[in-house]
Ligand binder design. Structure first.
Ligand SMILES: [Zn+2]
Length: 312
């Protein structure tokens, strides 16, 4: 190659590398199982996690189970709190089905009824604040037991202009929360605090792991989507989680912003019912999938504590 072209080639490559390394890492926060009305009742009818998010002034997305409105006898207060989530400037709203049913178990007809029943109140409130309502997050991220079920629901969702809400990172916050609340109820506050701390540390460890995975596959940072729930541990520790994200140079962006990454246009090759990260679903072979899963940070500590509590 003539010297002149060598220099041009070198400059172009340097430019690509520089722009990749300088690319801002980003993550969006998505919250499932909103509204947690039994917690709100305990908290004197306040949505603690919403207050936390509001004070953090960060964008967030919620996935709603409307059946929770009638889980206790305070329907009017529950509706008011759901409306507060929806009217918040920073929120994007989505459907998580009415009753949180598992698609592979209840089957197509029951599941689409659950989707339709789950959008009534949300659509009404969303329209008051000029918000769209087009995302569906599957309960348990169960997209069906086989390729037939997967295809059937995808076709239905497309016909209704629904988009499937993906995620790339989750850290079993529901399991940490179960143990956390167990210790809080027993007034064992030191143990509860240790669980909260462990939750924050494991989440950041998982973020770093998924960063290595995406760098290895895509050669660049990708726009991550974090999945967690409307529960006590997030009400008390999401601030630390967000600080942890920022400490490892992530910017908190909106779900819509995350979805601009072309990786989200990729084909999903996973046809089972388990709620795994989309980073695994985009892998063509189960061999590659399991090889990566085997390297993920170990969660056996919290799993053992959780199982011991369940047994006793
Ligand atoms: Zn859920």
């Amino acid at each position: 190659m003539p010297f002149k072209f060598k220099i041009i080639a070198f400059c172009v490559i340097s430019l690509i590398n520089t722009s990749v390394s300088a690319q801002q890492k980003s993550i969006s926060i998505t919250i499932d199982d909103v509204p947690n009305t039994s917690k709100y009742e305990k908290d004197n009818f306040s949505a603690t996690l919403l207050n936390v998010l509001d004070s953090l002034k960060i964008p967030f997305t919620i996935f709603i189970n409307e059946s929770k409105i009638t889980k206790n006898s305070f329907e009017a207060a529950n509706k008011k709190l759901l409306k507060k989530w929806i009217e918040n400037d920073q929120s994007i709203v989505g459907n998580h089905s009415y009753s949180h049913s598992r698609y592979s178990e209840v089957g197509f007809d029951n599941f689409i009824n659950d989707i339709e029943q789950g959008e009534i109140l949300t659509k009404k409130y969303a329209s008051l604040y000029d918000k769209n309502h087009k995302y569906l997050r599957f309960p348990y991220n169960d997209l069906g037991q086989d390729s037939t079920q997967h295809l059937q629901i995808r076709t239905f969702l497309e016909s209704r202009n629904y988009l499937i809400a993906p995620f790339t990172i989750e850290s079993s916050d529901w399991m940490f929360n179960y143990v956390y609340e167990y210790y809080l109820n027993k007034k064992e506050y030191k143990k509860a605090t240790a669980i909260g701390k462990q939750y924050v540390e494991k989440t950041i460890e998982l973020v770093k792991f998924y960063e290595v995975l995406s760098e290895s596959i895509y050669n660049r940072p990708i726009n991550h989507i974090y999945l967690c729930h409307d529960n006590s541990i997030n009400a008390d520790y999401l601030t630390q989680i967000v600080e942890g994200f920022e400490k490892v140079n992530y910017k908190i962006v909106s779900f819509k912003e995350s979805l601009k990454d072309p990786i989200y246009q990729q084909k999903d090759f996973y046809y089972q019912k388990w709620g795994i990260s989309w980073l695994y679903r985009w892998m063509r072979s189960s061999k590659e999938r399991y090889a990566w899963m085997g390297q993920a940070p170990d969660l056996s500590d919290i799993e053992n504590t959780y199982n011991n509590i369940l047994i006793n």
